[in-house]
Write a protein that binds this ligand. Structure first.
Ligand code: AMP
Ligand code: MG
Length: 339
């Protein structure tokens, strides 16, 4: 299969590009497009054969469910069995935006989308390209991150192409994504509500929006589920967001003293830090500020992979709320340095 790439204006995508992409989708094709978080790999969510192609292209295990991108609350309600008050408040406040809500699904959602679960993950993306595409197709789009399974999420069209060239039909290239980290996933089917994946919308904002309507918990420990059962949220499994280059993390800049540097190392310093003496041949990136760090993180890790470096040493950012999502991804991307 030949993968086509079409350049589109991120703010005002041309009607012909959207019509072209919608046509590919309605023929059960796969189209990668930018959301505000990362690039998604879209297919018609209501068509099991189209969704099956996503799993094939990504090499994604069938138990790992997909996020369904909808036009708005009205469409979301058609695909859920129950629409609780909390969903109404949260969707009203944060949609369109990087908050994914897990709700009980209606019979319109095929099994293959949810990996057999009775729940479905829904969100409304913000960028005009993503929204225009969903409107044009007139159907929700199942769209996981547009990367091979267990690889880094793509934040640029080039990342999608290097991972999925020849495996998907079309990429709409609208430039780099704005947040650069995956959406917050919030499970509304139980009590307390549970954050299954930390992301751009934090627990404080969610709690504030709910104003005491429901309790919110950020559970990490039990999302993998008991042995032998379906994981509650595979996105929370370890080694989910890892680069190909071996990556090691240290908690503080002083811990760099423990490193025996190979020939071609990268050093990624997150958070404010005064650097000690370091080897000359070092691919050094400093990201002192959380917002820019989130936007650039995956791109930098992709770059390290492309340069075939020997190792990526990561100095972790401080354990503070504004660094929460980045810390979550880094714990999965890198092993702690021994000693
Ligand atoms: P991706 O779009 O590749 O970032 O992956 C989507 C992630 O959303 C999955 O790995 C899960 O963690 C989460 N997810 C999707 N559907 C559900 C669901 N029904 N229940 C729980 N988590 C879900
Ligand atoms: Mg993913």
């Amino acid at each position: 299969m030949k993968t086509r790439v079409i350049q589109v204006d991120p703010q005002q995508p041309s009607a012909s590009a959207l019509a072209d992409a919608a046509d590919v989708l309605s023929r059960r094709g796969l189209v990668a497009f930018a959301t505000e978080t990362v690039y998604g790999l879209g297919a018609l969510a209501t068509d099991p054969a189209a969704v099956d192609r996503i799993y094939h292209a990504k090499g994604r295990p069938p138990f790992n469910p997909l996020i369904v991108h909808v036009e708005g609350i009205t469409q979301a309600r058609q695909f859920t069995a129950v629409w609780p008050k909390a969903a109404d408040r949260l969707a009203g406040t944060f949609w369109p935006g990087p908050l994914t809500l897990v709700l009980n699904r209606s019979s319109l959602i095929p099994d293959i989308v949810t990996g057999g679960r009775e729940t479905v993950a829904l969100r409304v993306p913000l960028p005009p390209v993503a929204r225009g595409l969903i409107e044009r197709v007139g159907q929700p789009l199942a769209a996981p991150s547009a990367n091979r399974s267990n690889r880094l999420s793509p934040t640029r069209a080039e990342h999608v192409l290097s991972d999925l060239d020849g495996r998907i039909d079309l990429i709409l290239d609208s430039g780099p994504t704005s947040f650069g980290l995956e959406s917050t996933v919030l499970d509304l089917t139980g009590s307390p509500l549970r954050i299954l994946r930390p992301g751009p919308i934090g627990p404080e904002e969610i709690a504030q929006c709910l104003g005491g309507l429901d309790q919110v918990a950020s559970t990490r420990e039990d999302v993998a589920g008991p042995p032998g059962e379906l994981p509650a949220s595979p996105g929370m499994l370890n080694v989910h967001y890892a680069p190909r280059t071996p990556a090691l993390r240290v908690d503080a800049i002083e811990d760099l003293a423990k490193i025996s540097w190979p020939e071609k190392p990268a050093l990624l310093v997150l958070g404010p830090a005064a650097l000690p003496d370091l080897p000359d041949a070092l691919h050094l990136v400093e990201l002192p500020e959380p917002e820019a760090a989130g936007q650039r993180l995956y791109s930098i890790l992709h770059e390290c992979d492309a340069l075939y470096l020997d190792v990526i040493i990561i100095v972790m950012p401080p354990d503070q709320p504004e660094w929460r999502t980045i810390r979550d991804r880094l714990v999965r991307a890198a092993r702690p340095v021994a000693g």
